[in-house]
Design a protein around this ligand. Structure first.
Ligand SMILES: *Cc1c(COP(=O)(O)O)cnc(C)c1O
Length: 421
């Protein structure tokens, strides 16, 4: 459940009518709901309440400082994948001991900054990275807490671009080589092994791939302990999917996920970490856009919006489906029309939906893209010199801009013309 509902025929974000925000900040814009974000965090927290755990919000899904601050206040940790995210998390008030650092290509500079600022653990993904981290820690006269990310070679049954747990993917070390790599880590005085990490992909709509992966991690935990390693923490990654098309998808709920984790790992006496991103932020956000033109093509009708692939790239990049709804609720029984919903960018790829059946629209009508809170604003760009769109946060009756729309001067002044030109 989210908090974007029609009231008196107008789509609201919590208690705020979306047209009111559109009038204040212009279109297009992203809008997030505090109540929904909080609810999703709590669902995970409760689903793991049978044991020691920390929900580490994967902030790459939505890294706005206000969203991260909300998570910090709720008691969450974060999963970061760059030092930029690390510094943003710190700036939002996230304590270092709740920050987990993931990613295949952490540089020595990134390691140094995180060790200086405080870190819960590094999820190490390769031997060369392990050697580098050991050297950096020793040079700072400190010890880096680590897990090793293992690649369990399971099929996550999701889009190829966001599957990460098969042996051909670039992530982690093959689980078959884990013993060797843990022995290597144990021999490095700059590292302290605290656990095992696994993350098999994103937008998973079944529990089975998770369960297969976690069963392998459980077995590995027992084996590594038998070999003398101290495994006190299991980082189980993120990846639980959300329903994008409301009608025909029912991905597992956090409650079912938590129960499965307990069944597979509950007897290991470990602290469990999970890293959900999409499920926390996805359905907690919408992108609101305005119709510029309705254009009659040959055998098709185009709905041309003021938002485009640079603002929300998921449909072009992952063939992703987003529910597109009118902000003013159509009267029952009103005519429906088939539209190709597109943006103004000069690429045919700038298509949000083809042949989508929607109520009749006219110029200046507002539409909302649902499920746009994760991997929306964070993946946007200024392609076609279209300024990034603003982000708004709603709580009850309040709304505030949490990232302002850059001006055209900002856009122009970002570049520099060399004096010799
Ligand atoms: C992307 C990512 C996540 C979050 O995935 P979601 O599908 O958004 O839950 C968690 N952990 C790691 C290591 C990731 O790369």
């Amino acid at each position: 459940m989210d908090h974007f509902l029609y009231r008196d025929g107008i789509l609201h974000a919590e208690n705020v009518p979306l047209p009111e925000i559109a009038a204040a900040v212009g279109t297009p814009f992203y809008c997030y709901s505090v109540a929904t974000l909080s609810r999703h965090y709590r669902l995970f927290d409760e689903a793991l309440s049978w044991g020691d755990h920390l929900v580490c919000y994967a902030m790459k899904a939505n890294s706005n400082l206000a969203v991260v601050k909300l998570m910090a206040d709720l008691g969450a940790g974060v999963d970061v994948v760059s030092i930029g995210e690390y510094l943003k998390a710190k700036a939002a008030g996230m304590p270092g001991e709740r920050i987990v650092f993931s990613g295949v290509g952490k540089t020595r500079d990134e390691m140094r900054i995180a060790l200086e600022g405080g870190i819960r653990q590094f999820n190490v993904e390769s031997e060369p990275e392990m050697i580098a981290l050991n050297e950096v820690a020793l040079s700072m006269d400190t010890v880096a807490p680590i897990t090793v990310r293992v690649n369990p070679d399971v099929d996550a049954k999701t889009h190829a671009k966001i599957a990460t747990g098969k042996s051909e993917n670039k992530f982690g070390i093959p689980i078959s080589r884990a013993h060797e790599v843990y022995a290597m880590a144990a021999a490095m005085p700059g590292l302290k092994v605290v656990g095992i990490d696994v993350h098999i992909g994103s937008q998973l709509t079944e529990l089975e791939p998770f369960e297969l992966a976690y069963a392998k991690v459980a077995e590995l935990t027992r084996d590594l302990r038998a070999a003398g390693h101290e495994i006190t923490r299991l980082d189980l990654g993120g990846g639980l999917g959300i329903p994008y098309a409301r009608s025909n998808e029912a991905p597992p709920l956090p409650t079912d996920y938590g129960a499965m984790v307990q069944r597979v790992l509950g007897d290991l006496d470990v602290e469990v970490e999970i890293e959900p991103g999409r499920l926390i932020a996805g359905n907690a956000g919408v992108m609101v856009s305005k119709v510029i033109y309705v254009k009659e093509g040959e055998g098709r009708r185009f709905l041309i919006l003021d938002s485009a692939m640079n603002d929300l790239i998921r449909p072009s990049m992952y063939e992703a489906f987003h529910d597109i709804v009118p902000v003013v609720e159509p009267e029952p029984g009103k005519d429906l029309t088939e539209y190709d919903v597109v943006g103004p960018v000069c690429e045919s790829g700038d298509t949000f939906a083809k042949g989508r059946v929607l109520p009749d629209f006219k110029a200046d009508d507002l539409v909302a893209f649902r499920s746009a809170g994760a991997y929306g604003a964070v993946m946007s760009s200024e392609y076609n010199s279209r300024p990034l769109i603003p982000e708004v946060l709603v709580s009850g009756e309040h709304f505030d801009v949490i990232r302002a729309r850059p001006t055209f001067d900002d856009l122009i002044n970002r570049d520099t013309i060399p004096v010799w030109l």
